[in-house]
Design a protein around this ligand. Structure first.
Ligand code: ATP
Length: 360
């Protein structure tokens, strides 16, 4: 019995991407199908190299091909092509940037920068092209956390800046450009101008994801910055205690106000696992992030344990996903990164374009 290309496409159309709720053919993921006798070679192009569902899709695709009558063998080449969320990219300002993602928190000190750095690094480790922009004007910690604090970006032409490169990321921080206390006195228009310079006048090149570490809180500064870029979505970082819920509510309301979809909530400092006896202690309680996610009907992206390694990694400039990549903490960050990438892919599948925010 001879096998046709149509038989293979029919088989692939029965495989559903569980995150995107669409079959592989409709999603345009099946490419270069070449049938020779009773064998087929094809390429499946996922929507992100950090696809959280790759294992399931792989198993389902293989099972579907095995069920094609007459097909004796197959060879699937796996690839990934990140898609941009309509209206959530760098747009005309940064045509090479597919998705701008904001990392925000309702209040300071919850680990927002730690999550931004490890999220960006994990996505890069998966093979995505990632930039990290530290827009935390009042406390830029990305230079310290990425080991770039003693370096300065250079300008090849006197007009634009080359980002620094570390841990597979292109990095830019307000901390590279101004003294620590200088930005503290900036308000609306100046902040906006400085941010736009960091976005526009940096040679970001082609990026799948540009992660923006926002200042903490929901005041004017965070709001102005969120409004100034067209973001594909925001990741909210919180700690687990009940009192943090009020801050999550405020942060969610802020992103709603500027029409930026919240991709989900990350619960940081979730619980402390004793390195000596393995006993888990919920120092800041446990489950507040889950509760908040349920309350808003938005995804829970994962929880990160409270652990000395995470703090030490931040201070040493080598993110925990690099320095201790097999630790439970690194695995927790990697899971969050895959969940975020999955949510962005899901957004990109929605045909309704996001509203375009005008820079003020
Ligand atoms: N899961 C964790 N376990 C241990 N320490 C952590 C964890 N997450 C963050 N920290 C530490 O807590 C401190 C604050 O973290 P971070 O700077 O990321 O928070 P932030 O919310 O960005 O703060 P800010 O409000 O100043 O911007 C840092 O010293 C960091 O290393």
């Amino acid at each position: 019995m001879s096998v046709s290309q149509a038989d293979v496409m029919t088989a692939m159309s029965k495989v559903i991407d569980p995150e995107l709720h669409v079959d592989l053919v409709k999603a345009g993921m099946v490419k270069d199908v070449r049938v020779t006798g009773d064998t087929v070679k094809l390429k499946i192009e996922l929507t992100t190299p950090a696809c959280p569902m790759k294992g399931k899709i792989q198993a389902d695709a293989e099972a579907a091909l095995k069920a094609v009558p007459g097909l004796k063998s197959f060879d699937i080449e796996w690839g990934a092509q990140v898609r941009g969320v309509a209206g959530g990219s760098g747009g005309a300002l940064l045509p090479g940037v597919k998705n701008i993602l904001l990392v925000g928190a309702g209040k300071g000190g919850v680990g927002k920068s730690t999550v931004a750095v490890n999220l960006a690094t994990s996505l890069a480790q998966h093979g995505a092209k990632v930039g990290l922009l530290d827009a935390d004007f009042y406390g830029p910690s990305v230079p310290l956390m990425t080991g770039t604090a003693d370096k300065r970006p250079v300008s090849p032409n006197g007009k634009t800046l080359d980002p620094l490169v570390a841990h597979g990321l292109k990095i830019m921080s307000i901390g590279f450009l101004v003294e620590a206390d200088q930005a503290l006195i900036w308000r609306g228009p100046m902040l906006h101008g400085a941010l736009m310079q960091l976005v526009r006048d940096v040679n970001w090149g082609e990026l799948d994801y540009l992660i923006l570490d926002l200042p903490p809180g929901t005041g004017d500064v965070a709001l102005t910055l969120s409004q100034s870029v067209r973001a594909a979505g925001a990741v909210l970082v919180t700690t687990p205690q009940d009192v943090a819920l009020a801050d999550v509510v405020r942060a969610k309301q802020m992103f709603d106000k500027v029409h930026i979809p919240v991709l989900g909530i990350v619960e940081n400092m979730s619980q402390f696992i004793c390195p000596h006896c393995n006993k888990s202690t919920p120092i800041f309680n446990h489950g507040g992030g889950h509760k908040a996610a349920e309350m808003f009907g938005i995804p829970f992206l994962g929880e990160i344990p409270l652990d000395l390694k995470v703090r030490e990694a931040g201070d040493s400039g080598v993110p925990v996903v690099v320095g201790h990549k097999d630790s439970p903490e690194a695995k927790a960050f990697q899971d969050v990164a895959r969940a975020v990438a999955g949510r962005v892919s899901a957004q990109s599948m929605k045909s309704v374009p996001l509203p375009v925010m005008q820079a003020r």
